[in-house]
Design a protein. Structure first.
Length: 411
């Protein structure tokens, strides 16, 4: 199986797909799958654009809306995770994963799926210690703080991924695991990104949650983006243990290293996306403690057993393992029509999400805005030794573009 890996998409689907089609032609090869490591920017219309966490000068419809509307169709099956520059209102509809557009699949805030016989897991967002232990309290339309905190990784989603016992072939995260630079040529890295050196030395560059998952899951391949550069590493898990090949890639711009083709042993195609039985069993078990307010999830005591797996297996035998087809939930952007005002506020229940929850016999909690909002503006307790307030919750600088602008200004 030949897999194309792309760093930060930033909504530029047209150029990424055109590059891959050109590569297929000149190399006389066939690409089976495209994986995008975040900042995908699935913007369907003007309202999604309002929820996109970017500086005003970067706000643009870009090209995803054409694939959402059916004007264009992705030439390759595409799997992506979320980063820190997303239209989070749409991704929240697909919290458990699903088709964001025909042939374009979102892995969810955390997820595992099968593509052919290859097992792919992923974690959306970036790590921020102030929000890590909180629940998913943010709801659209987002205020100035929530539009940033909504993409911060939560312990609940990481804990679910830690329950995975069967081997994962590929794992995707937006930010890098902390300490990954120890396993590659970090001195060459800081030649081009000198402002990384202090964080590398202090072991603060990257995600602690991703580091924990790397050490737990030990996948053969791990792909990331976020820091807008190419970096490769090889992690040996103990003496004689398995090796994880790590690769981070840049954002889609001319002259940047944003694409890589990786060939992985697999069964012959054709390949399709299917639900992963173990992951659905984990999702079903942990949904009972799904945190929908600021309060942390009560994770202790939740254990997967054989009956959970057997229950899911019987359901998949009955209903099948393929996710339901893509269904549009809001009107797409139309460049020939004037921008509409106020017509797409609030949350939309995505039929794909409803199908999955019905399959697993679970309640729909994603639009529980009242309880979440009641907790949003209450004083925040100290969690595991951390002091967090609403006032400081939006002050973190987790935007690499902002850092790059400062560096460019200094040159």
């Amino acid at each position: 199986m030949k897999i194309a890996v792309e760093g930060c998409m930033h909504g530029d689907l047209d150029n990424v797909y055109a590059t891959l089609l050109h590569l297929e032609k000149v190399e006389n090869t066939k690409i089976d799958l495209l994986i995008c490591c975040g900042d995908f920017q699935a913007v369907r219309n003007e309202r999604d654009l309002e929820s996109l966490n970017v500086k005003p000068k970067y706000k643009s419809m870009n090209s995803f809306w054409k694939y959402y509307s059916g004007i264009e169709v992705a030439p390759f099956p595409t799997i992506f995770i979320g980063g820190n520059h997303e239209a989070s209102n749409y991704l929240w509809e697909l919290y458990y994963g699903g088709w964001a557009a025909p042939n374009i699949y979102f892995l969810g805030f955390a997820g595992v799926i099968k593509f052919g016989n290859i097992r792919i897991g992923g974690l959306s967002g970036i790590y921020n210690a102030r929000h890590y232990h909180l629940g998913h309290y943010e709801r659209p339309p987002y205020n100035e703080r929530d539009i940033r905190s909504v993409y911060h990784v939560r312990e609940y989603d990481v804990c679910k991924l830690k329950q995975v016992k069967e081997p994962i072939d590929i794992f995707i995260s937006h930010d890098w695991p902390v300490g990954i630079t120890d396993y590659g040529n970090w001195r060459e890295l800081v030649r081009f990104k000198p402002y990384f050196e202090q964080e590398i030395q202090s072991k603060t560059l990257g995600s602690k949650a991703a580091e924990e998952l790397l050490n737990k899951l030990k996948p053969p391949y791990w792909f990331s983006a976020h820091l807008h550069c190419k970096f490769a590493a090889a992690v040996q898990h103990g003496e004689g243990g398995p090796v994880t090949k790590f690769l981070a890639l840049d954002k889609c711009l001319p002259g940047r290293k944003f694409l890589q083709i990786v060939e992985i042993k697999s069964e012959p195609g054709p390949y399709e996306i299917h639900y992963d039985e173990e992951w659905l069993a984990i999702t079903r078990k942990f949904n009972s403690v799904f945190p929908i307010t600021r309060k942390p999830a009560q994770l202790w005591g939740v254990q997967l057993d054989t009956e959970d797996r057997q229950w899911v297996s019987s359901k998949l035998e009955e209903k099948g393992t393929k996710p339901p087809c893509f269904v549009p939930t809001v009107p797409s952007y139309n460049p020939s029509q004037p921008i509409s005002n106020g017509s797409f506020l609030g949350h939309f229940r995505n039929p794909q999400t409803e199908y999955l929850l019905q399959l697993l016999g679970l309640p729909y909690l994603l639009d529980n805005a009242l309880e979440a909002r009641d907790m949003t503006h209450s004083p925040m307790p100290s969690i595991r030794g951390e002091t967090t307030t609403e006032e400081d919750s939006g002050e973190d600088v987790d935007d690499v573009d902002e850092i790059e602008e400062v560096e460019d200004a200094d040159v």
